[in-house]
Write a protein that binds this ligand. Structure first.
Ligand SMILES: [Zn+2]
Length: 300
């Protein structure tokens, strides 16, 4: 019997077949977990200066470690998880107001055969523009009209605090203004939760603060082993794994982010978790030990 998952996977195959000419595949990866289906969708990509990977490391050392010189391509991966009648989306891309090359989630959803009307829950790892601004469409109405929206209580408190502008460098003030506008637009459909609890049945949030003050990652529990939706706790295929001690420019509290990365890498490797990174190329992989650090292994 053809069920929704079969249709989803069929759509994925078609989209992948048609994507060879495009720069970024609309459907980055798919996986099944028992009767549940995971689809990683692209919101596009943008380029950023390589110096942003580590604020205290010389550029030639960064280039040598990452085997790339010049700008870093930052992919945006939105995870969609379907269980029973629920369609759950983790973060929702950057919309059309952030950076060129991004804001492609709606097209990727269509390629995957996922109707915005069918989305029941959206869970946010944090409220940075590339994860949160896509919550509203070009008409400033919610991208998923029937969804409940879920965010960390600390994260929302930080970005909506009247004094947030005093805590941010000036080039981040637009981040706060955008977050405040969207929190207001979502209104009562936005539910606040605490890390360390299940936000919806089968999906627990755990504390990965550092990148932002209330950053969380999610654990999808299953007998076949956990799946972690990481958000921006690990942001680069090489740097975050081989050099968890590096301090990316985008981490709000760099020292806390380093401690979080080390703890997360150890846990993911120990628990043999599948991990999905918002900015990791390939989307889904596992954390393996490599020398004194780790590496991101895709395709397993
Ligand atoms: Zn991000």
């Amino acid at each position: 019997m053809l069920n929704r998952r079969d249709m989803l996977l069929g759509g994925a195959a078609a989209a992948l077949a048609g994507s060879t000419a495009g720069a970024v595949a609309q459907i980055v990866a798919t996986a099944t977990q028992g009767e549940r289906a995971i689809t990683v969708l692209s919101d596009g990509a943008f380029e950023m200066p390589q110096s942003m990977l580590a604020r205290d490391v010389a550029l030639d050392a960064i280039a040598q470690a990452t085997k790339v010189s010049g700008p870093t391509t930052n992919v945006l991966n939105v995870t969609c998880f379907r269980q029973g009648d629920q369609v759950i989306v983790f973060d929702c891309g950057s919309g059309s107001n952030f950076l060129p090359g991004t804001g492609k989630l709606a097209a990727s959803l269509e390629a995957a055969g996922i109707s915005p009307d069918s989305v029941t829950h959206v869970l946010f790892t944090h409220l940075h523009p590339d994860h949160f601004w896509g919550a509203l469409d070009d008409f400033d109405t919610p991208l998923f009209p029937k969804a409940r929206w879920h965010a960390d209580r600390r994260e929302v408190a930080f970005w909506t605090d009247a004094k947030v502008y005093e805590k941010l460098p000036e080039d981040r003030h637009a981040f706060a203004a955008g977050a405040q506008r969207i929190v207001k637009a979502l209104g009562e459909t936005l539910e606040l939760h605490d890390a360390g609890s299940e936000w919806i049945p089968g999906v627990a949030a755990f504390d990965t603060a550092g990148h932002t003050p209330g950053h969380v990652s999610f654990e999808l529990k299953d007998a076949g082993g956990p799946v972690f939706v990481l958000g921006d706790a690990l942001t680069h295929n090489i740097a975050s794994f081989a050099h968890p001690e590096w301090r990316p420019a985008s981490d709000h509290d760099a020292d806390l982010a380093v401690a979080t990365r080390r703890r997360l890498l150890d846990r993911a490797e120990t628990e043999k978790a599948q991990v999905i990174g918002y900015h990791l190329e390939g989307g889904i992989g596992r954390v393996e030990r490599s020398g004194n650090a780790y590496r991101f292994a895709t395709g397993s």
